[in-house]
Design a protein around this ligand. Sequence first.
Ligand SMILES: [Zn+2]
Length: 129
Amino acid sequence: MPTLAEVMEGAAALKTGLDLVKSAIGLAKDVQGALPASKDTEAAGKALADAEQAVAIAEAQMGQVLGFELCRKHFPPKVMLEVGHYYERSSGKRFEVFGCPSCGQVHQPVTKWERTVPAVGSDEPTGEL
Ligand SMILES: [Zn+2]
């Protein structure tokens, strides 16, 4: 059975691969957009959109396997990342708060928490709520 470090190493390699595929799709879309419109460019655009969707789903599945929470406000879902934390009153234990990097949805089990990453679409520095 692989160790956690081996799983994380494999996931990092997979993420790098997915990022490369996303870059390639972006370049292909640029080329497709620069060509005169035709049935071929329309078919290419559809294939690229399908490929983008497949990559986004693969990223979400990878995140879910690794234990990340997913934003369910849109599909394909986005992997939610840590945007802050709070301390449980009774134990003083620290818990993370997760947010969607795409839509800004925050999964917060408590009302008072400290944001450590700026909100999506915000130019404001981090601060306490
Ligand atoms: Zn979202």
